[in-house]
Design a protein around this ligand. Sequence first.
Ligand code: TPP
Ligand code: MG
Length: 413
Amino acid sequence: MAERQKVTESPFTVGTAPFRPGDKPNLGGVWDAQPKDLWRPDPEKCLTEDTHAHANGLIRVLRDDHKADGEWNPQLSPDTLIEGLKHMVTLRVFDDRMIKMQRTGKLSFYMRSFGEEAVAVAQTMALENQDWIFPSYRQPGAQFVRGRDMVSMICHCIGNTEDNVKGRQMPVHYTWKEGRFISISSPVGTQFPQAVGVAMASAYKGLDEACITWLGDGTSAQGDYHYALNFASTFKPPVILNVVNNQWAISTHKNLATGGKNFAARGLAYDIPSFRVDGNDFLALYSVTKWARERAKKGQGPTHIEVYTYRAGAHSSSDDTSAYRPENEFETWPGGDPIERLKKHLIEIGAWSDEKHKQLEEEIDNEVMQAYKKACEFGDLASGPYPPASTIFTEVYEEVPWHIQEQREELGK
Ligand SMILES: Cc1ncc(C[n+]2csc(CCOP(=O)(O)OP(=O)(O)O)c2C)c(N)n1
Ligand SMILES: [Mg+2]
């Protein structure tokens, strides 16, 4: 009998990260793409084929010298830019404080948006108030834009008696009805088909309401992403579909999530106008999202966007990046820090200063600490009080089924 052939090399391609612990990372110099490279198509008349260059290039507004340039410049007022900067700084300071709380045992788990602050902030600012937000766990910033009270956010993270979801969700898995901020789900990707479905419902009702949703590079390897794109392609509802390519899915590099050169171009095959945008450029993100919203309003259907960025921090408080990527790899990220870039732009146009920035950071840090103390009045992780155990039976069924009722009575004993 012939000996079974030994496979010495993998018979197929297995992607890996370009740099591993111990390597000297080099994620490239400054990007070749410049703001003047790509034009802004008419959102009402744009066909998918008009966006081939946009899906394979990179939309930027902020130049390397921090001046705004090109057709995609949204021409925002300094006040609006400062508002955006404040939301981003709030998110970063909030995240830093919360991770410290987690490290000292005051929260059970936490996830930061470090390096990706522009994403949810700029994109939510470009929407209308009536629009629906279907986030992943890395878009809590949308809540600051929509005005959610910080105390309420912290109560949720602690899971105390004022947690609006009564301890039923993991920390950072916010839900906020008043802000049309749909519950984050732990199984990743579910928000994509949901957003398309709600957008279809809005269109059916004749309402001017768009949906926006985000998922990560890793999650885009799941079926949910493709189901959503296929429905969006077929029914053309008002939805903005974002793939946040931050290079990593916990310890798995994006090279294992796609064999393609980028994520944006996948939308072209579904006949959806597709854009690749510098995710650390507040102005570019705002502008592309505004374009997509305008298109949705005109009844022209979905837009697909790759938000090109870098996860500067660990995946979550349970992750240790030193196991799989070089230390400080993020410092070589050519896209830079989104807060620094907007700050420098504001200084460039004479609307901001280093002193004002420092003062802002201090004010926000103080606000976060006050909010944390206030939240703890409703219970802390170590000593409670927590929502009563009976809440595991409430607000799920309109009519409680008999077997659940039995369990409820059992608990009561
Ligand atoms: C369906 C499902 N599979 C796996 C997980 C475990 N998990 C949570 S986050 C994550 C990585 C997601 O990476 P990505 O989509 O790139 O988003 P990022 O964290 O980078 O924002 C994984 C595998 C999960 N929560 N749900
Ligand atoms: Mg990712």
